[in-house]
Design a protein around this ligand. Sequence first.
Ligand code: THU
Length: 134
Amino acid sequence: MPITLEPDQQEQMLSAARSAFKNAHAPYSNFKVGATILTERGSMYHGCNVENASYGLTICAERNAIFAAVAAEGSGMRIKAVAVATERDGPCAPCGACRQVIFEFGPDALVLFRGQSGTEQMAITKLLPEGFRL
Ligand code: THU
């Protein structure tokens, strides 16, 4: 059963993701990202990207939000929807690594992000066909 969100809930999530990017630590890329997770329990968790002088240690906003959700709800946490926002105009679909982490906790999750022509809502299985499972 595909997940759908009411327009006011979509706007609430996108607006929360826009607030989340304000705390980003992105002095190297100057690309601040915020993400909000809605869990099946109905709670929201937020994350921003945190970069490091040793670039490879950087962590994306989406994974920070998901890990905060796991820390709060435990390993059974399930993602209903994810919203991503950035400080800049232009597309902000989640990176490949974050898609795989979204899939782990939300195989039916709905992902909201800015595409080439405005806000997109896409199932994680469309963003990540054949996601990896053990
Ligand atoms: N970034 C995210 O936070 N999420 C993504 O899905 C893609 C990239 C961050 C990582 C890095 O801090 C900056 O954006 C530029 O790549």
